[in-house]
Design a protein around this ligand. Sequence first.
Ligand SMILES: Nc1ncnc2c1ncn2[C@@H]1O[C@H](COP(=O)(O)OP(=O)(O)OP(=O)(O)O)[C@@H](O)[C@H]1O
Length: 251
Amino acid sequence: MKDSYLKWFKGKVKRAITNYGMIEDGDKIAVGLSGGKDSMALLHVLNLIRREVPVDYRLHAIYVNPGWPVEIDVMERFCQERDVPFTNKITDIGEVVFYDRNEKNPCALCANLRRGAINNTARDLGLNKLALGHHLDDAIETFFMSLIFTGQFRTFSPVTFMDRSGITLIRPMIYLTGQTVETFAGRENLPVVKSLCPVNGETKREEMKSLVSGLSQQYPELRTRFLTAFQTLDSKNLWPPMVRRRPMPDL
Ligand SMILES: Nc1ncnc2c1ncn2[C@@H]1O[C@H](COP(=O)(O)OP(=O)(O)OP(=O)(O)O)[C@@H](O)[C@H]1O
């Protein structure tokens, strides 16, 4: 029973990797490890798959340490047990976000600084790809955030090449829901490190999480429908660009 879930889960990750050409022979992949269930599950599954596919790739876990206390030893041991090198990148992001700038909306700045730090660290380590633990729920929540707060139809892509760092960002768990990742982490007994972020659980993203979970109680196929929509989006089904921005003088 355990094995069939594991096989199913690995199958979804392999399919996303194949469908979007995420991993190639010789890739050196940084895995963004936050200590949370999603990134722990990601590192675990990428390590298991590594032994089963004819593609030769290496993994290197990176934790961007915002400067607050965290159970580093748990993450370190987790990587050691899998023979995956681990880098604890200590930064002053926490101080910059919460004290220097005293941001009202600290999450966006924190995410930006973290992104920069992880990219630079990966590049300095000679790695060419960066895997993040985003899943389907994250993509749907991002879609709603963009729609509700900025009036755009957009979400992140399974694969993105970043010009500045020359690193390709990949999201191998994109076909899986948050619930299935959580179940996987539980079944595989993966340790989880508590986040000590001061705004944990009080963000706009949390609002979007409740929105998606409320909607999917009413419409149980919502997440699958979103996945289909992301994969088959046709701009012809939306409004065409305006022919003229200003009315003609006689209109
Ligand atoms: N401090 C960090 N250091 C390295 N990678 C990180 C860090 N924070 C987040 N990430 C990466 O970015 C992904 C998305 O980050 P987010 O903050 O949305 O976390 P999350 O969805 O709660 O995931 P997790 O359960 O892994 O914490 C994570 O899955 C992880 O791969």
